[in-house]
Design a protein around this ligand. Structure first.
Ligand SMILES: Cc1cc2nc3c(=O)[nH]c(=O)nc-3n(C[C@H](O)[C@H](O)[C@H](O)COP(=O)(O)OP(=O)(O)OC[C@H]3O[C@@H](n4cnc5c(N)ncnc54)[C@H](O)[C@@H]3O)c2cc1C
Length: 429
């Protein structure tokens, strides 16, 4: 979990006794143990990845294994009964999972970005704390409904609105894409704060399964990421005010949803590319063994693919460090100000937002390039769908990356952020 989350969890833990369910009795595991568990799940998900892709079905075997391994609560702080794994650790779990099945890993990454929103912004609300205990106990799977018909991928605006009467709300949202909505135990939904609020005045509602209904709208017959089952739905949810996270959605998005989504999505894409590179490397070594003394013709492509792969990993590590530093600074400021909590200085938050956008742009395009190199190295063996060197599914899955919040939209947004900065890149002069 990121630093503020851990600090908040510890602080609450010392303030009042938390009522844990049976999951809390399981001792928290360290990153190595969790990574081993993720690798065991990746083996299972790899065995079913082709069927999941072919049938565009939910990766149920992988998620059964994930629940048995209690991986869905890995990021929940120890004070709430989870393993308290930091964001960089979760990133490594996503990368490992993605080498087995991209859809499984993407679902896991999307789940974690929703977990972070509740932990970071809801842990001081009794109802949300109870839900955290349930998330550990019952290994609940969380989904997200930010995009909306007529709004598209601009998650910072909503058309639907919360209608709060006597502390009870009703919300209806036409969501063009809710990944694994039909399999989720809880959905986090953005909406305008009240019926008269402007589109950008948003809140985030936490809706467990018994409070929402989904009416399917459309299908999910896509090029890739077919196992995410991201159909459109008419979502109707009812509940009470405690389900609405108190912080404005803009703050939740800046501090938790975007940093966690962008770093974990990148981890998934890097993991998918890593599996393709490993297949190409294996193919290359077989070729070299067949003709001792001469390098196969694709030698420079392999060097290029591995170079790009390492660059992506380094870029992701830098972003994870930047998120961790920003969280540490925020905690330090909050501790200093105690009851007068200051927001992050504008320049710093703009810098981090631009950096995370650029991470998304860089990894979503480079991962595709890497898999194309792998395809060129493996040739027909990579192009066919039924060989040990097939990379077609990898390529199709990765083609979703530039669309998952359109890169065109993110580029314009980034250029606007850069306009507000004195230097686009830090230099020595
Ligand atoms: C695998 C996958 C899973 C997803 N899961 C979820 C989920 O669980 N929950 C959820 O809410 N959403 C989800 N989404 C939706 C996603 O986050 C985006 O909202 C969605 O991909 C945007 O859809 P769009 O491209 O049709 O719309 P838009 O973002 O509106 O873009 C349409 C096209 O118009 C252009 N365009 C539009 N506006 C601009 C602009 N301002 N600047 C530049 N160009 C622009 C772009 O070229 C773009 O290609 C998922 C998407 C994918 C691919």
């Amino acid at each position: 979990m990121n630093a503020p989350t851990e600090a908040l969890g510890n602080a609450l833990g010392s303030m009042q006794p938390l009522i844990y369910g049976s999951g809390a009795e399981a001792p928290a595991r360290d990153e190595a143990a969790l990574l081993e568990a993720a690798c065991r799940v990746a083996v299972i998900s790899a065995a079913h990845a082709d069927a999941v892709d072919r049938e565009a079905r939910f990766p149920r075997e992988a998620f059964e294994a994930m629940r048995n391994e209690r991986l869905l609560s890995a990021m929940i702080p120890r004070a709430f009964g989870g393993d308290g794994l930091a964001l960089d650790g979760v990133s490594r779990l996503c990368e490992a999972l993605a080498q087995g099945c991209a859809s499984t890993a993407m679902i896991y990454a999307m789940h974690q970005s929703q977990v972070a929103c509740i932990v970071d912004h809801g842990a001081h609300v009794a109802w949300q704390r109870d839900l955290l205990a349930r998330m550990v106990d019952e290994q609940l799977l969380l989904a997200s409904a930010t995009s909306e018909e007529t709004i598209g991928g601009n998650m910072r605006t909503s058309a639907c609105a919360v209608d709060l009467v006597d502390d009870a709300f009703l919300i209806e949202k036409l969501a063009p894409t809710i990944s694994y909505g039909a399999y989720a135990d809880c959905i986090l939904v953005t909406a305008r704060r009240h019926p008269d609020a402007p589109p950008s005045d948003q809140v985030l509602i936490v809706a467990p399964r018994d409070t929402f209904e989904l009416e399917p709208r459309g299908t999910w017959d896509t090029l890739g990421m077919r196992g995410t089952c991201s159909e459109g739905h008419r979502l109707t949810a009812r509940g009470n005010a405690e389900q609405i996270l108190p912080a404005p959605f803009s703050k939740i998005a800046d501090e938790s949803m975007l940093p966690v989504s962008h770093t974990l999505w990148a981890s998934v894409w890097i993991g998918v590319a890593a599996d393709a590179v490993n297949r190409a490397h294996h193919f290359f070594r077989n070729q070299a063994r067949g003709k001792p003394g001469a390098l196969p013709p694709s030698a420079s492509r392999l060097a290029q693919a591995v170079t790009l792969q390492r660059m992506m990993q380094a870029r992701l590590e830098a972003a994870l460090d930047a998120v961790s530093d920003a969280n540490a600074e925020r905690i330090a400021r909050q501790a200093k100000e105690s009851d007068q909590v200051e927001d992050t200085p504008l320049g710093a938050s703009i810098g981090l937002a631009a950096d995370l956008n650029m991470l998304k742009l860089a990894i979503s395009t480079t991962a595709i390039q890497v898999v194309q190199e792998a395809l060129m190295i493996c040739g027909m063996a990579g192009y066919k769908n039924d060989t040990e060197f097939s990379v077609g599914r990898h390529l199709r899955d990765l083609l979703s990356a530039p669309l998952m919040i359109s890169n065109d939209r993110i580029e314009l947004n980034t250029a606007n952020l850069l306009l507000a900065q004195r230097h686009a890149v830090t230099g020595t002069i």
